[in-house]
Design a protein around this ligand. Sequence first.
Ligand code: SF4
Length: 241
Amino acid sequence: MSTTEIDLTALAAQDADALAIADFLSSCTHAWPGRIAATVTLQGCPWLCAYCGTPESHDPTGQGRVTWRQVVEQLSSHSDVVDAVVFGGGEPTRQDGLVSAIREARSLGYEIGLHTMGAHPGRVASVLPTVDWVRFDLKGTPGMYEHITGSDTAGFQAWASLEAIHESGVEYEILLTVDPTVHTRDNILATVREVIHRGFHAPVLQQPRRATASVGYRRALRGRGLYDVITHEDLPDLTRR
Ligand code: SF4
């Protein structure tokens, strides 16, 4: 039995009812391109990104506002209109009940998606065999992570997780939030080049989410967005090694 299988067995033994769930959305079209998905936002994240779009889920000690049984009740009556369940956060892999919840959702007939930023590479590797698709939240090259997340180990952890996702063969998408308060044009070019150099899928670039960000972050943005950091003229450069 491999290490991954041992980890998976241990995680699967945890009860989904113990999950701390910050939010549940019964259907949306943006969590997984091409799917109508219910989203389960799990509580808790070890990082402190200024642009966090889910600040309500950030506190790792938070108890959550929705029970897993309430989620299952909703999922049980929506399988004719919803294709998939996407688990996100926060960082969903930090909670031990995740694999049990994934298995229960799959037994109801749903495909399974995972949103992760990769703070726990061992846990990410353990969960990968149970999911159909992953969205990886990339923040920059490994060297940029400490400034963005406040954690000096974050860069290593995130890129190790990304490597594990790529190597697993699961379908995945890399999403790079271009944050004008921390990223320069050279940062973005260097990040995309690093991703391509390692053989990963080219990232999708996105604007920071203003609507759900803190007042302090919206002030710091001063109206700036993705195209204040890079322009359409930069796009050919993004794939050049
Ligand atoms: S890693 Fe994600 S959930 Fe955690 S603070 Fe950063 S943006 Fe928020």
